[in-house]
Design a protein around this ligand. Structure first.
Ligand SMILES: O=C(O)CCC(=O)C(=O)O
Length: 203
C-alpha cells in the first residue's frame, strides 16, 4: 500500500496576498493533515526548552524540535537548538516546498502548542544565520490559532490571520525586516496545533 503521507503537499492554487505582497496565504495546502499531525506528535523528540531573556531563564510556553541537514545550526534568545535528523515525511515535504517555491530550505523548526494556553511571543525571524532577507514557509496542522502581526516599532497588533488546519504561509523576503508576528493564547482551545517553519540557514 502507498504511504498516505508520501506526498503531503496538496495544492498551492488558492492564495491570498497580504502585507503589500510580503505574505502569501494558502488556506488548504497540505493533505492528510490529521495523520501528519498524529505522526509528528507521536514520533518527534519534543522538548520544552528554556531561553535566557531580560536576565532570567524562562521555560518556553510550548514544545519544540529542531530538524536540519547535518551541521546546520540555529540559536535564538541565547540558546542553541539540538539538531535532529529529518524524518521521511518532513524530508519529502521539504523537497516539495523547495521545488514549488524555488527555495533551498535546509531546516525546520517544529512547534507543538498543546492547547490554547501555549503561545509564542512577538518576534521576527531575523537571526543572522537566516541571512538578511529570508523566505520562510510556515505550515499549520491541527487547532486553528491566530497569527498576529504588527509593524516593527509599534506596540499594538496591526493585523491578524486565523490559520486553519492544513494551511500554509509564505513569509517572503522583506517581511522579517518590517513585521513582527506572534501566536497569542486562545481561550477555549483544548486541542493541539503543530506549526512547522521551514527555513534556509546560511553559514
Ligand atoms: O506557530 C506559528 O504559527 C508561528 C511560529 C513562529 O513564529 C516561529 O517558529 O518563529
Amino acid at each position: 500500500m502507498t504511504d498516505p503521507l508520501s506526498s503531503p503537499l496538496l495544492s498551492l492554487s488558492q492564495t491570498e496576498t497580504l502585507l503589500d505582497g510580503l505574505l502569501d496565504f494558502y488556506p488548504q495546502a497540505i493533505r492528510h493533515n490529521q495523520a501528519l499531525l498524529a505522526q509528528l506528535r507521536q514520533t518527534l523528540p519534543w522538548s520544552q526548552d528554556s531561553v535566557f531573556l531580560y536576565g532570567r531563564t524562562h521555560r518556553i510556553p510550548r514544545l519544540q524540535c529542531w530538524i536540519a541537514d547535518p551541521g546546520v545550526e540555529y540559536s535564538y534568545s541565547g540558546k542553541q537548538l539540538i539538531n535532529h535528523p529529518w524524518p521521511e515525511t518532513l524530508n519529502r515535504l521539504r523537497d516539495e516546498l523547495n521545488k514549488a517555491f524555488g527555495l533551498q530550505l535546509n531546516s525546520v523548526l517544529c512547534n507543538l502548542y498543546r492547547d490554547g494556553q501555549d503561545s509564542m511571543g512577538w518576534h521576527s525571524d531575523d537571526e543572522p544565520e537566516l541571512g538578511p532577507d529570508p523566505g520562510i514557509i510556515s505550515v499549520t496542522l491541527g487547532a486553528e490559532r491566530d497569527f498576529s502581526l504588527r509593524l516593527k516599532g509599534t506596540t499594538r497588533q496591526n493585523s491578524k490571520l486565523a490559520l486553519p488546519d492544513g494551511s500554509l504561509l509564505y513569509m517572503k523576503p522583506g517581511m522579517q525586516r518590517r513585521w513582527e508576528h506572534a501566536v497569542p493564547k486562545r481561550a477555549g482551545v483544548s486541542s493541539a496545533r503543530i506549526n512547522l517553519t521551514f527555513r534556509e540557514i546560511i553559514h
